[in-house]
Ligand binder design. Sequence first.
Ligand code: DCP
Ligand code: CA
Length: 627
Amino acid sequence: MEEPTSERKSRYTYRHLNQLLKYSVDTPLRVIAHIDLDAFYAQCEMKRLGVDENTPLAVQQWQSLIAVNYPAREFNVSRHSTAVDALKACPQLKLVHVATWRAGDEHWDYRENPDIVTCKACLDPYRNESKKIISIFRAACPRVEKASIDESFLDLSVMVHERFLKWFPVLALPPPYNDPSENLPLPPKGLEVKWAGSHLPELAEDCGGQLDWDDVGMGIAAEIVEEVRGSVRKDLGYTCSAGIAQNKLLAKLGSGYKKPNQQTVVRVRAAQRFLNSFKFTKLRNLGGKLGERISEEFGTEELSALLDTPLQKLQLKLDDDIATWVYNVIRGIDRSEVNPRTLIKSMLSAKSFRPHITTTDAASKWLTIFISDICSRMEEEGVLEGKRRPKTMTLSYRSSSGAGKGRSVPIREVTKTALTAVAQNLLRGVVDDARAWPCAMLSLAVSGFEEREAGNVGIRGFLVSGDAAKDRTAPKPESSNAVEREPKRRRMGEDIGRFFTREPAAYDETPSREDLLSEDAAVDPETGDAFDNPPSSPPSATAATGDGRMFLCDRCKTSLPFEDQEEHQDWHFAKDLAQEDRAEAMRRIAPPAPSSPSSQKPKKGSGSGGGKKGSGPEKGQRKLSRK
Ligand code: DCP
Ligand code: CA
């Protein structure tokens, strides 16, 4: 006998509903939004310059374009175009160069034709706008994760729960028999969801007109997101696009589905069909080596073709955890949380030199810029007001021969003068190191940001007695405790392995996009992955841009123009050195483990592992001429 309609139940239970309150990743009713600003840097510049919305505009860094507004895209101007090509395609294009720090100046500025040799790109204007945008998101939603300078995830679960109970009081009643595994009643028959003008990728299964709570929840979310986008537009003038779905993976795909200034809801029953329209290599973290390997192993790039492959078969070709991850991702399963972490852990300022620099004077001038850059960012973070402080400073270099080192010392005083002195002191160690010259890249990082009250015993020891800790732990710049590394390593296996050790890997294991963006960095338009600053090669070299050759970075699984390879690897290299030396510094700061009394004092010449040790200048290297 057919069940009477009034008795039919929702697919979802009271437990699923209640789990929304805890932002649980286990409830199928969770609702996540991904919001991405349209042509972000270009919009910032349009607003700053008061440019009309229909004017084609692109933001340029040296000879490359890093952001192209939508009117300019109509003329086939893209991020892969050079400035010269773009002007050919669209003569009325307005080109704006990013602001720059110039050697010797105290502040960044906008310049029409900055010199790549004496200037360094400055992203402060975009960071400032980004902060204002995030504040709007945070005012609207209690759980926001900033995923990059212009992208955020919002976990709307609690807000949706609140509206469920407000609009459908029946949901506030206790479950039958007080059993949370009981199914909820269905939403009222004839209920219509408005979807707030969202695009709705087609459903895979027909629901016969009967909505369930996942549809209602997403409809509520669509309204919330429309309001949030409206506030960004009204208060700041920017348009953004959004995706709304059950998890971060689908929400992110949704936000890119229709741009600019649009939103897309990927309903639960639409998810698989929507996913099937993508090549799996378009999914986050499958754009690089991993995706390439999978397509080679299974002879396809089609996501839908891979669905026929059982997990066991994936496991035969891939590590178990990777296989499981891939198996889930292509089914739209993603249990990563929206992580509202807000605090920056490190800041790095770097510059690759073309031509390579050969004098202390030149290096010293760049350090002044790095310090100004870092101090301006610390100011924004409230560091200079004493809210937080970095504990370690690391100076790294890569020489023309590819050798590299990072040297760290604890920071005692966080003022511009004190930091400058520490940096210049670190530089003396580099000056005396014959292997550093000619110098192809310098980077300065401050790291180990902690709230004063937080931290482990080692950190506390440091904070309580900075001087004592310094005497005990600080390497003299001359001491050779620095890590030395081969500059170009292929570590795919390790990357993939590490990729799955933390969640969410994309924002954690690989350098965060924000991190990279703070360092003359760029982001792959297709994958959203971070990579170093492509345009930092001399104008003559950028003439080669656009010949189509690409290189795939092993580390962050990003493809980028071939000529940017070295620059990009410099970034990873600097970051690695800074991280390893930081780890080494922390190890020295921490009290010795009882089992290894010898670890109290760093041994002269001991590195933190991994790299080969240097023993004097290599062939072809020479000592820096002091000026
Ligand atoms: N960016 C960069 N270099 C790149 C890619 C991006 O410097 N190769 C910067 C400029 C972009 C910003 O990051 O404006 C955000 O990157 P997106 O990939 O989100 O691209 P846009 O916001 O410019 O465009 P879209 O509308 O496609 O999101
Ligand atoms: Ca964007």
